[in-house]
Write a new protein. Structure first.
Length: 317
């Protein structure tokens, strides 16, 4: 079925409300229909297949529903036997998604990808092929081969990214300067908990501190203003390399099974910890490195029979 321009507006409104009314909200009872916000779809033409229960919107497609806007070249809606929507597929070069906050005051998240699938029952967007997602208020950008966005009533609750690698760039608040950047095979972001977890071949850089952290898993915690509060790396081993802010020479490097980093303050290395500095090598179950004084301190754990060891390098006269 094709439509001319004169018939376009009324046809799209009717089909959009009938077929896509339950698109972003799961509806199981007739009395719930009154609570659903309408979905408006605008496109150059529409093709409906009753046999396959598929509706295709083609050409400059714009889908709008209460704070959500999707722009694509094509939109495909798959319906089930009960008339509900099982899945939506938006295709474009690229497809754009913009979700406003619940109060409409700011953009909660936005994205672009060649394909975006939506699953109403899970409130889940799945972005594939050149996928990029932004969380503007957190100054966060994530790129990956696949990005999953769990969106609840106009609020991003969870983001999962996969890639070879998936990359992150986080800016400082109200700045164009990079707070940190990272790459890993998997990313798990929980905005409400201010927690970002990198797994599998994880590497994080903090350019302002000339710092690199490697691990099998890196957990990054944020302050309320979205600055990095703490970074914890786990690995066999996790590794750190820190350059001097003055001359760019290596300040220290380390390895341990666990690394806790408090930006601008302290490193705490635990379990099989080793720190290499120009003045010597420090070995122990726990080593603290003060970023202000640049002093490494090997500490013996309570009730532990393991000893600490320091190898001092002779200074050239």
């Amino acid at each position: 079925m094709k439509c001319n321009k004169a018939f376009r507006a009324s046809l799209l409104t009717v089909i959009g409300l009938m077929v896509v009314n339950g698109l972003f909200v799961s509806v199981t009872h007739a009395d719930q229909l009154k609570k659903i916000t309408p979905v408006y779809i605008d496109s150059n033409r529409v093709i409906y297949s009753e046999e396959k229960s598929i509706t295709r919107y083609i050409g400059a497609v714009t889908t709008v529903r209460e704070g959500l806007e999707v722009k694509s070249d094509e939109l495909v809606v798959y319906s089930n036997e009960q008339g509900g929507v099982e899945k939506l597929v938006a295709l474009g070069h690229p497809t754009y998604i913009k979700q406003m906050s619940q109060d409409g005051q700011y953009i909660d998240f936005r994205s672009e990808s060649l394909q975006a699938d939506y699953f109403p029952e899970k409130s889940l967007w799945v972005l594939t092929q050149k996928a990029v997602a932004w969380k503007p208020r957190d100054q966060l950008r994530i790129k990956g081969d696949k990005i999953e966005l769990f969106n609840n009533n106009g609020q991003l609750e969870e983001m999962i990214a996969q890639g070879k690698p998936a990359t992150i760039r986080k800016l400082l608040p109200n700045s164009d300067s990079i707070d940190y950047r990272s790459e890993s095979l998997k990313v798990h972001y929980l905005p409400q908990q201010s927690l970002l977890t990198l797994t599998e071949k994880a590497v994080a850089w903090q350019p302002a501190e000339k710092l690199r952290v490697k691990g099998d898993q890196i957990d990054i915690f944020f302050h309320d203003d979205n600055r990095v509060k703490k970074m914890t790396a786990y690995g066999r081993p996790s590794r750190v390399r820190k350059l001097s802010l003055i001359d760019g020479q290596e300040e220290f490097r380390s390895k341990s099974l666990r690394t806790d980093y408090f930006p601008g303050e302290l490193f705490i290395l635990t379990k099989n910890a080793v720190v290499w500095k120009d003045d010597g090598t420090y070995v122990g179950e726990k080593i603290e490195y003060d970023l202000e004084t640049k002093i490494a301190k090997a500490v013996s754990e309570p009730k532990s029979k393991k000893r600490v060891r320091v190898i001092l390098q002779p200074q050239n006269k």
